[in-house]
Ligand binder design. Structure first.
Ligand code: ATP
Length: 259
């Protein structure tokens, strides 16, 4: 089994080195690439929002970042180390945690039983529960409730709690807001803000969320498997409507700032 060393690097060696980096990544399904050269850097403690319409390649980007898909060319780096081709379970143990679209919880298990899954990284069940309920008190109140009977927002909290219980360095979140009322999404974004403030690096994918720009440090717009605009949220906001209105950003002259 492959293990990835992400332990402490020599002092100063990691200064400025992205925690996670996709370098010229082409990747897809079978022999068909759906990502056509993605360059993306995620820095320590940063929230990067990856936005774009349906089918743009956002989830595929997260699948590459979490080791579920190996690039057909280009590379994946973790704290400057080349981890291209390293299996997802090894990357998870190295601190890369994916919260998939649809939350990835077990609906027929209770809240506590779902959290037990997080003990695979070696944390005790007791510690996992303590940490989860301290961060999301509502889950503590519902620890014996079957997860599938909770509201969508509570289920999303459970998936976040389970991810955080593994004490990841990088959190990859796929469409946190999906199917949820704006007020619930705002509450969840508050949790994301708090988690980021604790030093975690977060790459979050959203389809239609101008709101995420309010908490992102940087953002990028993806279209047709290409990352076309990256920069501070204010510079991205104006580009978003064009992207959703179907402007042809793949055309020559489309702008792209360095990631
Ligand atoms: P959405 O918001 O709808 O999830 P997305 O931006 O996350 O969109 P992806 O899910 O990454 O987009 O899909 C990018 C392209 O890859 C799409 O054309 C999609 O049909 C294709 N694709 C996604 N998953 C698979 C798969 N398992 N097998 C084959 N093609 C796939």
């Amino acid at each position: 089994m492959t293990s990835v060393q992400t332990g402490p690097a020599p002092t100063g060696a990691l200064a400025g080195v992205p925690v996670l980096q996709l370098a010229a990544v082409r990747a897809g399904y079978g022999r068909i690439d759906v990502l056509h050269g993605i360059d993306l850097e995620l820095h320590q403690g940063e929230v990067f929002a990856l936005l774009g319409p349906n089918g743009a390649g956002k989830s595929t980007t997260l699948a590459v970042a979490s080791g579920q898909i190996t690039p057909s060319s280009g590379g994946l780096l973790l704290c400057g180390r080349d981890v291209t081709g390293v299996a997802a379970d090894a990357l998870a143990r190295a601190g890369v945690c994916l919260i998939p679209e649809g939350r990835g919880i077990f609906p027929n298990l209770t809240v506590a039983e779902n959290l037990r899954m997080a003990t695979y990284t070696g944390h005790s069940y007791h510690d996992v529960l303590d940490l989860a309920f301290a961060q999301f008190p509502r889950l503590g109140e519902r620890r014996k409730q079957t997860a599938g009977t909770m509201s969508g927002g509570e289920q999303q909290m459970l998936s976040m709690a389970r991810a955080l219980a593994t004490e990841p360095a990088v959190l990859l979140i796929d469409e946190l807001s999906m199917g949820l009322a704006p007020i619930i999404v705002e509450e969840l974004y508050e949790h994301v803000r708090r988690i980021a403030a604790s030093g975690l690096s977060i790459l979050i994918v959203e389809q239609f969320a101008h709101e995420i720009l309010g908490l992102a440090d940087r953002a990028g717009i993806m279209l047709h498997g290409r990352l076309l605009h990256t920069g501070p949220p204010a510079s991205i906001a104006g580009e978003l409507s064009d992207a959703y209105l179907g402007a042809d950003h793949g055309a020559p002259g489309a702008t792209s700032s360095p990631t």
